[in-house]
Design a protein around this ligand. Sequence first.
Ligand code: GUN
Length: 291
Amino acid sequence: MIILDGKKTSNDIKDEIAKEVDVLLLNGGKKPHLAAILVGDNGASETYVSAKVKACNRVGFNSTLIRLPENVSEEQLIEEISVINQNDDIDGLIVQLPLPNHIDEKKIVNTIEVNKDVDGFHPMNIGNMTLNLPSFIPATPAGIIELLDRYSIDTVGKSCVVIGRSHIVGLPISILMSRNNYPGNSTVTLVHSRSKNIKDICRNADILIVALGKANFVTSDMVKEGVCVIDVGITRIPSDTTKSGWRLVGDVDFQQVSKKSSYITPVPGGVGPMTIAMLLKNTLLASKSKI
Ligand code: GUN
């Protein structure tokens, strides 16, 4: 069993990006600049956004964090986005999700300028990605693809089962894994809350990508010997053994499932750090206007 080390791989990618930034600056270019909008005080979002800002500093990007109160109106948020859309100094913009219930997420995502949509959530980017045209690829699925690539995992003709159909992970990774590309060219089955026989479907998977947000959902009786497991879940569960009183676990029961796996991502230290590295990569791409 080989651990897919997202921490190390993401550090390699960040080093590569930092070198590219040095070259950009030497050639008279400017620092890539990422703006993030954080609405309200959701603890998890707070953690994710500060990790993104920290990562920008690490690779030599500029970053701007815009905090808006929980009760900000949809119109005010759209106005903030419009200002950033028109700011030539800012290359990439993310609006951290989820948003408060009174704000229409789809409308907000649609407002972000397509060429600054480094989350790759805009319908234009999703459409171009689906058609294998140049686009921003959402960061978490892009991180999964990058891990499969850097560990040279064979995906061609493999049975790939994706659990979860979120717009952020499940849906886009199912598209990417079925595209005529490497990594890709898999035979993809997307299962979700209305699917039947999930266990049987999972047992057929050569590659199992789990993104449903339920701690330890996948148990060893659900996988076949030699499976490659990508665990996107991150749930805090109470713990007596940590100072904080909680620890992070994935959607996969790592203890059991790793024994049957050829490759597996740990939680933490698997897909999570890759997401941030790929967001930086998208921002670099945006700054070079290459899409
Ligand atoms: N919430 C959870 N994941 C993400 C992400 O990748 N981007 C944004 N903007 N919000 C998220």
